[in-house]
Design a protein around this ligand. Structure first.
Ligand code: NI
Length: 172
């Protein structure tokens, strides 16, 4: 089932999310719903707080090439255990901040641990766009948005645009 994506500014997007204890059917359904919502948007990553659920859960799939097999990843309690000194710059966007993009510098490679859909512990090294995406999504679990990396003036400008968008949506 597709879920509604919260638009910034929203207090739920500023919260630190709680770790997940055990994987239940309810959590599996939530993760599947998040993937459906992400693909439909379309986006390459989504964090639970973006649909108003304050659990440490993210989903991502950075395969964008036509004809390439999708690679949906579901991560409960994702944690970055190592980051490269080498950095990468990507123009980032966010489904909670529609149609706004800005360059963000982040470590190029990150090692991440997480619990998968079956409750198994996983670890993998991510590079390039995957690394940027997983860091962006984990930031969401700590109440941090990509615009928090920007200069205050640019951040305020984007926030005002989003407030206007929300007013328009409320009227429609
Ligand atoms: Ni985002």
């Amino acid at each position: 089932m597709k879920r509604n994506i919260l638009i910034h500014p929203d207090p739920r997007l500023k919260k630190v999310c709680a770790p997940v204890a055990d994987i239940s059917d309810e959590l599996r359904t939530l993760a599947d719903d998040m993937l459906e919502t992400m693909y439909d948007a379309p986006g390459i990553g989504l964090a639970a707080p973006q649909i108003g659920v304050l659990d440490r859960l993210i989903v991502l799939d950075c395969i964008k090439e036509e004809g390439e097999a999708p690679r949906p990843l579901i991560m409960f309690n994702p944690e970055i255990i190592a980051s490269s000194e080498e950095t990468n710059v990507y123009e980032e966007g966010c489904l909670s901040i529609p149609e706004q993009f800005a360059e963000v510098t982040r470590p190029k490679v990150v090692d991440v641990t997480w619990m998968d859909r079956d409750g198994n512990q996983q670890q993998e090294s991510f590079d390039g766009l995957w690394a940027t995406c997983v860091q962006h999504e984990i930031d969401h679990l700590n109440g941090k948005l990509f615009i928090d990396y920007l200069k205050p003036l640019k951040r305020q400008m984007i926030t005002r645009k989003m407030q206007k968008l929300k007013r328009e949506q409320a009227r429609a």
